[in-house]
Write a protein that binds this ligand. Structure first.
Ligand code: SF4
Length: 323
């Protein structure tokens, strides 16, 4: 699968399955939580697609492997990859599947899912480690009570997870002091999601959350965790302009932060609450190429990531891996 084909698949973002033999896997993380998805590998590139009955992409089984079909034409041929926990080679675990915040693109607050104890997380990672495939651990979490309480809980879990001797990444809601807390616990990488780079849109789609506090935490994180160890998700398709996206990419990479450019997923539970336009393949390609140049200019490399989405690359065109 070449870069353009991956961009096309990401711009669609979904697939329908031919039969029960190709079952998707449930996701508990982030905006697309609650749905099923598949991981499609072709050559060195991996793409994650949500399973949606009305998708224009169809997955069909071949004698060996599978193919993706659109408008009766084969788009790509490859194989399905079984995730370990959420994604391949990683135990990627959502600790609290609920949130006191109400970001308008995210399904987590609507789903009101479970809260995992430290023991549950440890058991899940232990089982993942027994497969021999565990290369990294990524923890994410909604906010059950407060960002501070969530961070203390996650930090305690990180301490326990260091026994597995693989890198641990953490993505939680930041606040002053979060970086030292996670560093002391033994986290290797952090991700604090800016979500939307347009401050006006941000205030509408992430009510009650401070954009500046996230930026401050990201800036401090680079000093504490180092370069190539700090990430932020930026959603593409909430109505933000490409001009603003490019300026934010420049600002973030200038700070030493690696942005993850993530196509918006219009979750059915959030229909009508906020503008969510899946970006075209062309838009994804142009922004990914801009990001690649900005990373290079600032001496950053997504291919160096130890955990999380740059390690996985299923949902994005990842500079340093895909291009
Ligand atoms: S890129 Fe990130 S969000 Fe997407 S499947 Fe991989 S780990 Fe999950």
């Amino acid at each position: 699968m070449d870069l353009e084909t991956k961009a096309l698949l990401l711009s669609v973002g979904s697939v329908q399955l031919a039969g029960p033999q190709e079952e998707g896997r449930p996701s508990t993380a982030g905006p697309s939580a609650g749905g099923q998805s598949i991981f499609f590998q072709s050559g060195s590139r991996l793409v994650r697609l949500s399973v949606v009955e009305s998708s224009p992409l169809h997955l069909i089984s071949l004698g060996q492997g599978v193919a993706l079909i659109k408008d009766a034409l084969e788009v790509a041929r490859g194989r399905l990859v079984k995730p370990l926990l959420h994604c391949p080679d990683q135990a990627y675990i959502t600790v609290s599947e609920r949130c006191i915040f109400d970001c308008k693109f995210c399904a987590v607050p609507k789903l009101m899912g479970g809260i995992k104890t430290g023991e549950t997380v440890l058991r899940m990672v232990e089982e993942a480690a027994q497969t021999g495939q565990l290369r990294a651990i990524s923890l994410t979490s909604g906010v059950e009570v407060s960002p501070q309480a969530e961070a203390r809980k996650v930090a305690g879990i990180v301490r326990d997870l260091k026994r597995f001797d693989v890198p641990v990444g953490v993505s939680i809601s930041p606040f002053p002091g979060v970086n030292q807390l996670l560093k002391d616990a033994g986290a290797d990488e952090v991700k604090y999601n800016l979500e939307c780079v347009d401050p006006e849109i941000f205030s509408r789609v992430c009510p009650g959350i401070s954009y500046q506090e996230i930026m401050d935490a990201l800036e401090e994180a680079v000093g504490i965790f180092g370069r190539n160890r700090v990430f932020t998700n930026i959603i593409i398709g909430l109505g933000e302009s490409d001009d603003l996206l490019r300026r934010s990419i420049d600002e973030l990479t200038g700070m030493g932060v690696i942005p993850v450019l993530r196509a918006v997923f219009a979750h059915p539970l959030r229909q009508g609450e906020v503008q969510m336009d899946r970006p075209s393949a062309q838009r994804l390609l142009e922004l990914a190429r801009y990001l690649k140049k900005a990373l290079e200019k600032n001496g950053l490399d997504g291919g160096e990531a130890l955990t999380g989405c740059y390690r996985c690359t299923g949902c994005d065109l990842a500079p340093g891996v895909d291009l």
